[in-house]
Design a protein around this ligand. Structure first.
Ligand code: 5AD
Length: 351
């Protein structure tokens, strides 16, 4: 039954909500092995045994938002806050560039210190200094006008996980001043502007049901993202969700494979969270259909202050060590990390 639905997904790139619920509820280890194999074959057909790597610069841990699951939420007064100057951000990029990175991901909490003007200037400078590099933003919700200015200044891609496509669950995870509708609106605006856009969600977060995950798959199908960020929920000890257990690694891997079968061209990172719940999680992710890894370029002295969840992997590795460890991990499974920008490239739509 699930096997047939996986075949249907492969052929039509679409399942109904009810079918997604069946797949995610009834799958056996054999079904998962089948999806893994299919996803893996599709990934190799499209990308070869090559992994794109992106350097993340966590430039601020100040955040005006108060997401109940996140370690840098506004109400967590135990976090020591920091923000990087333009010069410090540029130094991270330079370090990354020297180590072969050709995509920089600027990620931060929603920090009003970086006004549209300040951030636009930072993007423009990176763009001028590294014209052969892609710039990805992971900076949360903003206005369409600001997104447009960042795009015009040289940003290429934007990651904004939708977190959950179920409005009721979204409201349980976020305070009222973070409306679900605005996040969805942002995603649509980003795509309309022309960003390669990434949505995504956590697996196994508190109160999330299989029906919610099915809703995420339906939303992902409708949205047709160029990138998808998915990782297991991991509790952070200074958040209201501290007592909940982490998301299931196998279910996360299964969902990653299903995403690859759904959208064969999509850029799909094996996330740090996946590497945190299990040491070889990122390798398993690649074998399940992922084709991107995102090592950290942030200054080592701030790493422990940018913890969205406990026990985050890689917080002691500088850019050179991070990329070296990753290259070795990938080599052991027969993959090679590659230096290209790795933009989204759609195939001719024969489906
Ligand atoms: N566990 C796993 N992922 C988390 N994120 C935030 N908090 C956690 C957590 N406790 C994810 C969110 C966010 C991304 C940057 O990190 O999905 O969009």
């Amino acid at each position: 039954m699930v096997h047939d639905l996986i075949d249907q997904l492969y052929q039509t790139h679409h399942l109904t909500h009810a079918q997604w619920v069946t797949v995610l509820t009834d799958y056996t280890p054999d079904d998962q092995a089948y999806a893994t194999q299919l996803a893996h074959a599709l990934t190799i057909a499209k990308f070869g045994k090559k992994i794109f790597f992106r350097g993340i610069v966590e430039y601020t841990n100040y955040c005006r938002n108060d997401c109940l699951y996140c370690g840098i939420r506004h109400s967590n007064h135990q976090v020591k806050r920091y923000r990087l100057s333009k010069a410090e951000i540029l130094a991270c990029c330079e370090d990354g560039y020297q180590n072969g990175f050709r995509t920089f991901v600027l990620q931060g909490g929603e920090d009003p210190y970086y006004t549209t003007e300040i951030f636009e200037e930072i993007i423009a400078t990176i763009h001028q200094r590294y014209p052969d590099c892609a710039i990805t933003l992971s900076i949360g919700e903003s206005t369409k006008a600001a997104y447009q200015r960042f795009f015009d200044a040289g940003a290429d891609r934007f990651l904004l996980r939708h977190e959950t496509a179920s409005p009721a669950l979204y409201r349980r995870w976020h305070p009222a001043y973070q409306p679900f509708e605005h996040r969805m609106q942002c995603l649509k605006e980003l795509k309309a502007i022309g960003y390669q856009t990434g949505c995504g969600f956590m697996v196994g977060a508190p109160f999330q049901t299989i029906a919610d995950l099915a809703t995420d798959m339906v939303f992902t199908t409708e949205f047709q993202p160029e990138m998808i960020g998915i990782g297991p929920f991991i509790p952070h000890s200074q958040t209201p969700f501290k007592a909940y257990s982490a998301g299931n690694e196998q279910l996360t891997l299964f969902i990653l494979s299903l995403c690859r079968i759904l959208l064969p061209d999509v850029l799909l990172p094996a996330t740090t969270a996946l590497g945190t719940v299990q040491g070889n999680g990122r390798q398993l992710g690649v074998l399940a259909g992922c084709n991107v890894v995102m090592p950290n370029l942030s200054p080592l002295r701030f790493r422990k202050q940018y913890l969205l969840y406990d026990n985050k992997a890689g917080i002691n590795d500088d850019a050179a060590t991070g990329i070296q460890k990753l290259s070795e991990q990938m080599q052991t499974i027969g993959y090679q990390v590659v230096r290209s920008r790795g933009d989204f490239q759609p195939r001719k739509k024969e489906y």
